[in-house]
Structures are given as C-alpha cells and as structure tokens.
Write a protein that binds this ligand. Structure first.
Ligand code: SIN
Length: 278
C-alpha cells in the first residue's frame, strides 16, 4: 500500500490496495492510521460496487444513521449524491459542514464513491479543523474555547429549510421533516476521540448558537469563525474520478461541494461510519 500526500492542508491518495476484495487486518489498520493522520483518503481506480462500498465502510465501524435522505433502492445504508445535467435547483451541500453534526453521536466518517463524474467542476473542498484551531491567534481562541455549540438541522432539512417544501426539481431523494428542529450540543473545541488532537467541530449552518449566549452575540461569532475555518491555507481541493472511493473524518475536517458542471450528470454513492465506540 502506498500513501501519497496531496501537498495541501490535508488529504492523501492510497494505491496498491484492491477494494474489490476483502482486506486483511493489517491493511485495515494501515488505512485507519493513514486516515487519522491525513483526514481524507482517496482510492483511485477501484472498480467497486455497492457491496464493496458497504464492506469497506464496515471495516471502520457500524453504519451511521442517515436521516432526511431516502437510501437507494435495495440498500439501507447507501444514499445517492446526485445532480442531473439539466437540474436548476441550488447545489446540494454547497456550504461548509461536518456531516450530521446535529446528531447526539455524529458519524466519525463518510465514504463517497464516484460513479458518474463530470468532465469539469464538481470538486469537493475539505478544510482541516485541527490546522484551523492551531493557527488561531490567542485573542481569537479565547473567544471560542469553552463554548458549547447548539447544533440543529433546521436550516437545511426542516419543512421551511433550504431543502424543504419549496425546494423543487431536485433529483436527490431528500426528505425534509419536522424532526430537523431538534437540537443537540457539542463542545466547539474538542479533542479528536481517537488521536486526542484538538480541533474545531462543525460550523455555522448546523451550529445555530451557543449555550448561555444571546443569538445577537452568537451569530457574529459564528460568522467570524466560518470565515476563519475555511481560509485557503486549511483547504484541500479534491478532484474526482469515476471508480474513486474517498473516506473522510468528520471529526477533523469540514467539507463542501462545488459546482461548475452544468449540463453534466454527477452521481456518487455515500455511506457514513458511525461514531467511534473505543
Ligand atoms: C456531501 O457533502 O456529502 C457531498 C459533497 C459533494 O457532493 O461533493
């Protein structure tokens, strides 16, 4: 197995492993340790199918619970990230986020398999939140350390949210629901559960405020934080290929989708890896 660093703020490419076949314990341990170190791993030229995607996901934990999406037909744990060539609805996941951070136990990771990849555009951006925390000036750090963030899916998946009832013509099977208004809290600055490395967890969007802080004080803090978290020096730009499997660590990075492929189909299959149980 060969791990080649992206040369950017995080991310590495892994070759010399065949994901269409069951992996040895040693290979799984090597992948896990590269994932924890580089936060995003991409595996190019893997002719994997949905069975292989599920088997690969389960090497790293249980499946996560995926609300607000219908799974693809015949599978319980695979969702399609899809956009059709003629689609005009706003791009899915264009804002920075950490997947399902509004859950009590958000998924440790996400796996995404490139199936139909447009010839231009459609890159996924990742922002390293350990680096973002490390580089914070002390006066800024003092504004955020010790805060408990309130997370909710309401702005995205409530019936009046971005993907709610007014969202028409979308090819993805998104199912908004009143349960999106529920809230959960997590420390904003927290140690990674496996590496112990401190970082910023999630961002404005799924974070809707801070405990014991008035909304008019919390919002500017969240906006300032969002700009900091997504500075150029923390970013890895991932370029997709068909038959490429990518896994990322939601505890270490934010990610967002980019457009630029109007007139082309884009389809990826996605699973989530449940929270680490130790
Ligand atoms: C996602 O946020 O799960 C999708 C990212 C992408 O489509 O690039």
């Amino acid at each position: 197995m060969k791990v080649t660093l992206s040369g950017q703020a995080c991310g590495a490419e892994v070759t010399g492993v065949d994901l269409t076949q069951p992996l040895s314990d040693e290979a799984i341990a090597n992948i896990r340790s590269a994932w924890l170190e580089h936060h995003i791993l991409s595996f190019p030229d893997q002719a994997v199918d949905d069975d292989d995607l599920e088997r690969f996901t389960r090497y790293f934990g249980d499946f996560g619970t995926d609300p607000f999406f219908d799974p693809i037909e015949g599978r319980q744990h695979i969702a399609a990230i899809r956009r059709d060539a003629d689609e005009t609805s706003p791009l899915f996941a264009e804002n920075w986020h950490s997947d399902w951070s509004f859950q009590a136990q958000p998924p440790a990771g996400t796996c995404l398999l490139g199936i139909t990849i447009p010839p231009v555009g459609g890159d996924t951006l990742f922002a390293n939140q350990h680096a973002a925390f490390d580089a914070m000036p002390p006066d800024m750090r003092a504004q955020y350390e010790g805060l408990t963030a309130i997370h909710s899916a309401q702005m995205a998946y409530a019936p009046d949210g971005a993907y709610g009832e007014q969202d028409e013509g979308r090819s993805m099977a998104i199912r908004p629901d009143e349960s999106a208004r529920e809230t959960q809290t997590h420390p904003l600055v927290r140690d990674h559960p496996e590496t112990g490395r401190p970082g910023l967890f999630s961002c404005l969007g799924y974070i809707i405020g801070f405990e014991d802080m008035a909304p008019d004080k919390a919002l500017p803090l969240l906006q300032q934080l969002y700009v900091w978290q997504s500075r150029e020096e923390f970013i890895y730009r991932h370029k997709w290929q068909a038959n490429m499997l990518v896994m990322w660590d939601n505890r270490s990075v934010l990610h967002c989708a980019t457009g630029g492929y109007d007139g082309h189909d884009r389809l990826l299959h996605r699973t989530t890896i449940a929270a680490y149980q130790g």
